[in-house]
Design a protein around this ligand. Structure first.
Ligand code: NDP
Ligand code: MG
Length: 330
């Protein structure tokens, strides 16, 4: 088993005399900045003036500065902007304000791993990546717990980059839950693979395809919605709690036999070939190039696909059905 790091492995004192600049105050930025402040650390928040999150950060009591000023002041510059804007903002406002001996850090490895950001040799580069959305990073912290984190060091100029990363993870509550060490390459490539093939891409296509096939065969869309989308959560909750075995134990024998025998015919040799191709495009940098260029072109493909997804019948019927499920809103 890999080693896990906890509070006792992390020395918060390493950060006591340092200034941490959190660049960006969105999902992760707001959560991590507030946790670091509550851990007694010196935090400044770097934002573009006039942006929507400027006032949000101010009203949370943050010390808000321009991105340039925050970078200048900081010993640790933690980049929590959307991945596709990080390299532009880095070039414009950060690159010329990083001083020797400081650190630049991330919560996802994309921009470092794919060379969109190339920091100078004389700074530490590390990653502390919470394995959960920002609202959970904040909520669990206030409850005395935390979200597990991945830690990686890309560049160790000070000889203390790992200790610094562990201290940072402690500051946001990560070492309360456990921290696992990885590399920028491993975190980035597995993260992209998981979201493309399984969590986001795979699951949504499975829902749409099975819904379409039932409706085309003449079954009521409302029934198809319940069978192919609504029940997914009940199954995933069981898997989350106790693995595949717990789920197989709780479903009927009919579901267990049918699932175990037919499942492999659905995710078959051809599907596995497509999954491997997705991984190959991630490893070769082809997906990264495509995504970066998509961002530079103002996301025409993404916007078109979002619209198409929104108009899909499973979304239309789902909106209608969920509005009647008053218990969902609780
Ligand atoms: P968000 O989309 O929530 O970030 C929004 C923030 O970025 C706002 O403060 C916004 O400011 C600022 N911003 C957006 N565009 C620009 C721009 N062009 N110039 C300057 N500031 C800009 O990001 P996330 O929190 O989702 O992601 C941050 C990082 O954390 C990413 O690396 C991501 O991969 C990683 N991560 C995210 C997770 C998540 O759950 N969301 C989970 C784990 C890691 P303004 O108000 O001015 O627009
Ligand atoms: Mg992920």
């Amino acid at each position: 088993m890999v080693q896990m790091y906890y509070d006792e492995d992390a020395n918060l004192d390493l950060l006591k005399d340092k200034t941490i600049a959190i660049i960006g105050y969105g999902s992760q930025g707001a959560a991590q900045a507030q946790n670091l402040v509550d851990s007694g650390l010196n935090v400044v928040v770097g934002l573009r003036e006039g942006g929507a999150s400027w006032n949000a950060a101010l009203s949370d009591g943050m010390n808000v500065l321009s991105i340039e000023q925050a970078a200048k002041k900081a010993d640790i510059i933690h980049l929590l902007l959307p991945d596709e804007v990080q390299s532009m903002v880095y070039q414009q406002d950060i690159a010329s304000n990083i001083s020797k001996g400081s650190a630049i850090s991330f919560s996802h490895g994309f921009n470092i791993h794919y060379h969109q950001i190339i920091p100078p040799d004389d700074v530490d580069v590390f990653m502390v990546a919470p394995k959960g959305p920002g609202y959970l990073v904040r909520r669990t912290y206030t409850e005395g717990a935390g979200v597990p984190c991945l830690l990686a060091v890309y560049q160790d100029a000070s000889g203390k980059a790992k200790e610094l990363g562990l201290a940072f993870a402690r500051g946001i509550g990560g070492t309360r839950a456990g921290v696992i060490e990885t590399s920028f390459a491993e975190e980035t490539e597995t993260d992209l693979f998981g979201e493309q093939v399984d969590l986001c891409g795979g699951v949504t296509e499975l829902i749409k395809a099975s819904f379409e096939i039932l409706v085309e065969a003449g079954y009521k869309p409302e029934i198809a919605y319940f069978e192919t989308l609504h029940e997914l959560k009940l199954i995933v909750d069981l898997i989350h709690e106790g693995g595949l075995s717990k789920m197989w134990y709780y479903v009927s024998n009919t579901a267990e036999y049918g699932g175990l025998t037919v499942g492999p015919k659905i995710i078959n040799a051809e599907s596995r070939k497509a999954m491997k191709e997705a991984l190959r495009r991630i490893q070769s940098g082809e997906f990264a190039r495509e995504f970066v260029l998509e961002g530079k072109a103002n996301k025409p493909v993404l916007r078109a696909l979002e619209k198409k997804e929104h108009e899909h019948p499973v979304e239309q019927i789902g909106k209608e059905l969920r509005s009647r499920m008053t218990w969902l809103k609780q």
